[in-house]
Structures are given as C-alpha cells and as structure tokens.
Design a protein around this ligand. Structure first.
Ligand code: TRP
Length: 336
C-alpha cells in the first residue's frame, strides 16, 4: 500500500507559543504516529529570511523551534524532520516553478496585497516600499516545499489556504507542459483546534502581541494565565462557558469528561481566580516534562544539529532522485 504524505513547515521567526502548540505542533506530532503516513516536518528558514535580517535571531529561532518539536515528542525515526535550507533541491525547484508561475497569480496573494495596501496609505504612497522579491515570491517557495515531496496533505492554518490553491495552480501548469509529476496537494484545516485565543480573547498571534510563549518557566506561566481576560462577574454568579476565554483554553488541554464537568462548574458560579488556578495546573502538568526536556535540548545544539542533518539526509533520499526526473522532463541533463 502506498503511503500518504503529510507535510508542513514552521517559519523560524520568534519563539513558539501555546497557540502554535495547540494549533499545529501537537496535532502534527499526533499525526506522525499514524500508520501508513510519511510525515515531513521542516523548519522554513528560507521563508524566515523574508522578514528577518538578523542572523543571531534567525539562528536562535531555528534552535528553539527545533528543540520545541523534539521536546514535545516528535518521533524522528517515524517522521522526516529537516531544515529547509539543507535541501538545495527545494531551491532549484523554486526556480523551475517560478518559470511556471503567472505574475498575475502572485499579484493576487493576500499577504503581498496587504503590504501594498499599507504602503498606499502611507506618507510616500510608494506601493513597492519595503517589499522584497522574497515577499513577492513567497508562495512559489512554499509550492516548492510541498511539491518537492509530493505531499498529499498539508495541515495549515486558515491563512494559508490561498497558498495551497496557488500551489495546485502552479503544479497543474507544470504537469500540463511536462507530464504528471506533481500530486495536487490539499490543505488540512482543523477548525476546532486552530482558534486558540490569546490573552485578550482575540486569536493568539504574534501580530496581536497577545501570545503565551510555550515554555515559560512555571512562575511566569502562572502569571500570564492570571492575566487572561475575564469579565467582572463575582464568585457564585452563573457564568457563560462558551464566551469565556479561560474555557477555550481549558478545552484545548482537558479531556471531554473534564470539559463537561467544568461547564457545570461555570453554571454553579466558579470564581475566575479558581478557574485560573485550575487552568494553570492543567496546562502546566502537560508542559512540565517537555519543558525540562526543552531546557536540556537548548544546551545541546550539536545534538539538535545532528538530528537535523540526519533528517536532511532522509529528505534528500526523496528530493534528489525526484529532482533528477524533473530536470530530465524539462530538457536539462546529458546531451548524449
Ligand atoms: N507559510 C507557512 C506559515 O507561515 C509556513 C510554510 C512554509 C509552510 N512552507 C510551507 C507550511 C509548506 C506548509 C507547507 O505558516
């Protein structure tokens, strides 16, 4: 039986937060344990370069994000875990796909359009200000990430749906000219899990500055949880679970029975302070062991490097021969 291929990338900007964990890392790790699936998980450092000009920050983020995945139990024997910039074939494929991509398609990319719109409202009114070709070509690089390994399923957040549509477009155009080399991938969106709120109740996101870093020391984690927004209802007053940010968090960490029990406690008027304590204990107990492991791993960058090198080797067992096929199909290679 042929294996299904799942692939997702994590841009190496910043420190992973609880929203990344609940929305992406935890489900991806669970998926990696399934039978008959080959999972490709990678650190998208080429993508990080679009926004980052500080080599120290880039390196630190790569280390932290790799350490987080490993600390949380990614099984690197069962999955292929690598750094994008270790796979030169991705980069070569990016150029090939660039030549298959209509400029008009890139003009329509949401994130590019958002940057242009910001510029048009700025003092200079220069639509191109601060926009690199890296930002413009971002969706093509992402298509190369996915198509390089012919992934069928790509678990991502909702904001990435358009990138997946573009990937399919680009793949279809290539297939039309050179034959069916690429599978058209599907975005896998988990509605339930991708919406963890932040401290203020909006979606948790670095751009809203409302995140809780995943591996805060215990005391700091407690402090942050105490800051999660509630309303002014008193202890004993019945409370509405469904509009409560604390309850949303609780759902992401507790099992079904616990969630139903908590729903009852809301009706009975649980105090916000008590709820926050329960929530802290719940989150902390899940993160306790991984946090220790994370701290240890950060002290062993060479160990992480070795794992990434092994991952790159496994990834290139796919990418090298596949790129050979593609080079042949487009007319590169030996003349006789
Ligand atoms: N663009 C994705 C994000 O910002 C990260 C990413 C890069 C990615 N390449 C990918 C995700 C390939 C899935 C597949 O979240």
């Amino acid at each position: 039986m042929s294996h299904e291929r799942t692939l997702t990338g994590i841009t190496t900007t910043g420190t992973p937060h609880i929203g990344n964990y609940v929305g992406a890392i935890r489900p991806a790790i669970t998926m990696s344990h399934a039978e008959n699936v080959i999972s490709f998980y990678f650190l998208a450092d080429y993508h990080a370069l679009v926004k980052n000009r500080d080599p120290k920050v880039l390196k630190k983020s790569t280390l932290e994000i790799a350490a987080a995945w490993l600390a949380l139990g990614l099984d690197t024997d069962k999955s292929i875990f690598y750094r994008q910039s270790d796979i030169p074939e991705i980069f070569e494929l990016t150029w090939i796909l660039t030549c298959m991509t209509a400029k008009g398609l890139m003009n329509r990319a949401h994130s590019y359009k958002a940057s242009v719109a910001l510029n048009e409202n700025s003092a200079t009114k220069d639509p191109d200000q601060g926009i690199s070709m890296g930002l413009y070509n971002y969706p093509i690089l992402m298509a190369a990430d996915i198509l390089m390994f012919n992934a069928d399923k790509v678990p991502v957040g909702k904001d990435q749906i358009q990138h997946l549509e573009m990937t399919r477009d680009i793949a279809a155009r290539y297939n039309h000219y050179y034959g069916e080399h690429f599978v058209l991938p599907k975005a896998i969106i988990d509605e339930k899990l991708s919406v963890l709120p932040g401290l203020d109740g909006q979606k948790m996101s670095k751009s809203y500055n409302n995140t809780i870093p995943l591996f805060l020391p215990e005391k700091k984690l407690r402090k942050m949880i105490m800051k999660i927004k509630t309303n002014s209802q008193e202890p004993g007053e019945p409370k509405d679970a469904d509009s409560s940010t604390l309850f949303e968090f609780y759902k992401a960490f507790a099992n079904e029975v616990e969630v139903e029990d908590m729903r009852k406690q809301y009706v009975q008027g649980i105090a916000w302070g008590e709820m926050k304590n329960i929530l802290f204990e719940k989150i902390n107990s899940e993160l306790l062991e991984p946090r220790k492991h994370y701290e240890e791993l950060l002290q062993k960058p060479q160990h992480i490097e070795k794992i990434l090198q092994e991952g790159a080797k496994k990834a290139r067992e796919y990418s090298v021969p596949f790129l050979q096929e593609i080079r042949k199909a487009i007319g590169f290679g030996l003349l006789g």
